[in-house]
Design a protein around this ligand. Structure first.
Ligand SMILES: [Zn+2]
Length: 463
């Protein structure tokens, strides 16, 4: 058996209709993690949809109850061929965002997979059921092609709470880092390629932390005709404070909220990337840090956003100076930003600018991650994808968005290589979510190629 045969077998999984039948079943499970009565759907999805395929491949498995009370369990499955071999960790999530049936265009709906040309519509079709179905199918076909051997060990970790921030994932990774979750590399798929045609490798994520600035001057409003000029206005105070933090072009003015200079290897990669959100996307504007390309601003820099403002009632003002004002802010940040001291950074800045009366409340955040683009795993994966598709993949040092990759990169301490199988127009997290069949076919080949090549990799190579 050969590499080419493994790829053929994987592509045949789509051509035969098997992937469509499989995904039709998977999409029918209403595994919304934001709803609170989905425990049975979550457990059944793992036991009845994921476990049978893994058992065919010789995995042992167990459900890991979530250490956070009331949160869904994880599936942890392992296939140990030889403890001396390298271990790859494959992560996926079986939960989905809300179905939102009313929002879908006829005849599409969240829980029934409908094929329309190249598009397979259904909730979870691309985020993430389609993507992990592709990866596990490719694994099974490589195992067939190698006649029952892989040449490496595999651990599969399936999360059922990713869309609500993966509660418990960090605790589970911490508890099992030296045990069942010990691995040499993470190979996983979620999110989208930079464009439909370009296979993409993603090496990390931006981090995210939200905080509220609150000016509480007095418990109620006072008539502006009687008190204007005598009482401070919290909304004016807040607007001025914000203006000292981010300028009118979106440039961050607080030194501690700005990232370090973009490392040269990252810069080299980002220079080649065009932002292509598809035909319905808004045009990129001249916003943010001056002198950077759009890709550098999205993937290589921090952004400070005001997500919401609250003072008085804008639609029906009462001729009163409001008593309080609040701004909901968010920092998206890249590796190298010391976000753990965010509260102190903002506090010091506000005090220095005379805004000592504004309070800062910081939420929990998620760390940024980025595998060094010069890491041996990156060149290995890129060469494999190019060999399979004839296309050099786009390498994204990190996503613009955030997911808990820090659990793998930091807690488990392993290199993370993400291979997304969707595209920017897929409508994930919105009505009319869909997977592209042509892209899924290519993805089956890419994953079969990667998993075949992993079995050929000498024990000392690749990191
Ligand atoms: Zn998602």
């Amino acid at each position: 058996m050969t590499r080419a045969r493994a790829i053929e077998l994987a592509e045949a999984h789509l051509d035969s209709g098997d992937l469509l039948r499989e995904l039709t079943r998977k999409v029918a499970y209403p595994t919304e993690s934001e709803a609170d009565d989905r425990d049975e759907a979550h457990r059944s999805y793992l036991r009845d949809e994921i476990v049978p395929g893994l058992r065919r491949c010789g995995f042992t498995w167990r459900l890991v109850e979530n250490p956070v009370a009331g949160m869904p369990p994880f599936l942890l499955a392992r296939r140990v061929e030889d403890p001396a071999l390298r271990t790859v960790l494959v992560y996926g999530h079986g939960d989905v965002v809300r179905g939102d049936a009313a929002g879908w265009s006829e005849p599409w709906s969240p829980w029934r997979l409908v094929v329309d040309g190249d598009r397979w519509y259904g909730r979870g079709s691309c985020d993430n059921k389609g993507q992990h179905a592709i990866n596990l199918a490719a694994l099974e076909q490589v195992l067939l092609a190698r006649e029952g051997r892989l040449g490496f060990n595999v651990t599969v970790l399936m999360d059922m709470g990713e869309e609500i921030g993966s509660p418990g994932l960090r605790e589970v990774c911490t508890a099992l880092a030296d045990d069942e979750l010990a691995a040499d590399v993470l190979l996983a798929s979620d999110g989208t390629r930079v464009s439909e045609r370009s296979p993409t490798l993603v090496l990390g994520t931006r981090g995210e932390v939200s905080f509220t600035l609150r000016a509480t001057l007095r418990p109620r409003g006072y008539h502006s005709g009687n008190w204007g000029g005598l009482l401070g206005n919290p909304a004016v105070l807040l607007a001025n404070a914000l203006a000292t933090m981010v300028d009118a072009r979106g440039r961050i003015l607080v030194e501690g909220l700005r990232p370090p200079a973009i490392p040269e290897p990252v810069r080299t990669i980002l220079r080649r990337i065009e932002i292509d959100g598809g035909p319905t996307a808004p045009a990129v504007e001249d916003w943010g840090e001056p002198g950077l390309s759009a890709a550098e601003r999205l993937y290589g820099w921090n952004t400070l956003e005001v997500l919401g403002l609250d003072a008085g009632t804008a639609t029906g003002p009462q001729n009163a100076i409001p008593g309080t004002a609040a701004a909901r802010c968010q920092l998206r940040f890249v590796v190298g930003t010391d976000w753990s001291v965010l509260e102190r950074t903002v506090r010091t800045h506000l005090d220095a600018h005379g805004f000592g009366s504004i309070d800062v409340e910081v939420d929990e955040g998620t760390a940024a991650t980025r595998l060094d683009p010069d890491d041996a795993w990156v060149s290995w994966a890129a060469a494999s994808v190019e060999r399979t598709t004839g296309k050099a993949p786009t390498i994204l040092p990190n996503l613009g968005g955030t997911f808990p990759n820090d659990c793998f990169a930091e807690v488990l301490g392993i290199p993370t290589v993400w291979v997304p199988h969707s595209y920017p127009g897929c409508a994930q997290h919105a009505p009319d979510e869909h997977l592209l069949a042509s892209l899924a076919r290519e993805a089956l080949g890419i994953m079969a190629g990667l998993l075949w090549d992993l079995g050929e990799l000498p024990a000392s190579a690749g990191g």
